[in-house]
Design a protein around this ligand. Structure first.
Ligand SMILES: Nc1ncnc2c1ncn2[C@@H]1O[C@H](COP(=O)(O)OP(=O)(O)OP(=O)(O)O)[C@@H](O)[C@H]1O
Ligand SMILES: [Mg+2]
Length: 113
């Protein structure tokens, strides 16, 4: 867990680990071929809500239901026409800010901000 005051560089550290920040002199990185990163600013594709949640993973119904429950998404999905088959819209336009965060979070694998 990376903990520190506002503006102390937590996000910058994680982005540097992913190779997204230019470093002068020192090189840091992670010894992995793939990593999941959930940014503070949610990033959603205009595909179904379900596909946004699953990402590249294989669909596992029991695990998916657990994830929906943990992220308190079941009630939200009941109120959205089409439920989790609805397209998220450009930038997740059909979702509120809080819903976007809860749809994006489950797709995080190794690194979470
Ligand atoms: N590419 C960069 N090069 C140099 N400085 C940067 C770069 N990106 C961000 N910073 C600066 O680094 C500082 C830390 O920002 P950062 O967003 O990493 O903080 P944080 O700890 O994640 O804050 P918060 O708790 O608000 O999320 C800020 O002053 C920011 O302006
Ligand atoms: Mg941050």
């Amino acid at each position: 867990m990376v903990v520190g005051p506002v503006g102390s560089g937590k996000t910058t550290l994680l982005r540097a680990l992913l190779g997204e920040v230019h470093m002068n002199g020192t090189a840091i990185g992670i010894d992995q071929t793939s990593a999941g990163y959930c940014d503070q600013v949610s990033w959603l594709r205009n595909i179904s809500i379900r596909d946004n949640i699953i990402g590249p993973a294989r669909f596992d119904e029991a695990w998916y239901d657990t994830v929906l429950s943990c992220c308190l998404l079941q009630e939200d999905l009941r109120e959205i026409s089409g439920g989790d088959t609805a397209l998220a819209g450009s930038g997740g336009a059909i979702l509120s800010g809080g819903q976007k965060q809860r749809v994006v979070r489950p797709s995080t694998a190794h690194i979470s901000d």
